[in-house]
Write a protein that binds this ligand. Sequence first.
Ligand code: AMP
Length: 194
Amino acid sequence: MTTTESTPTPAGTSAGGPAPVQAVDVLRAHIRDVPDFPKPGVIFKDIAPLLTTPAAFAVVIDALADTVDGHGATVVAAIEARGFLLAAPVAYRLGVGVVPIRKQGKLPGETISRTYDLEYGTATLEVQTDAFRPGDRVLLVDDVLATGGTALAAAELVRQSGVEVAGLAVLMELMFLSGRDRLAPLAISSIMEV
Ligand code: AMP
């Protein structure tokens, strides 16, 4: 979660070239900053206005799908919960399937899990053991990259499943938290840097 921030700028992508300026502007216009949520000092990046504006949602999803084209993903993995809302349309655009990476206890059947540290306490993510096929290249999708702890746990789950992480795609990257460094050398694509 974020406590301070600077002016948003168009993000680059480690896959190739900057995101279209239009998508950055559209995204910026449809994100609501909610101060002190879920706790004092945090500025929550609320994507609800984006989700309820079909034309804006289409521009941003298309841009996200375009920025990850070079990753050669064979499947998309969606990080609970807002990642689900973005990963499914991106997977549809890429013509691949989508696998949910969920919080503990939500998935039926055999799963593997990864526990990681939060600011206070821990969280656990899970994926079904038969979610991926041999040789898959997995694109992780979420709304916000902050400290990188969530994405790192998701990436470790994918690798533990015996397949490769092709990259991470997010709408926003909170630069001052340096999540990218924690995930290096993973290819990270974002529409907007904050
Ligand atoms: P982190 O593990 O610190 O990179 O946090 C990333 C996860 O927490 C993502 O699933 C985000 O949805 C959520 N998150 C972290 N910070 C924020 C924020 N400022 N606004 C909205 N979501 C956030």
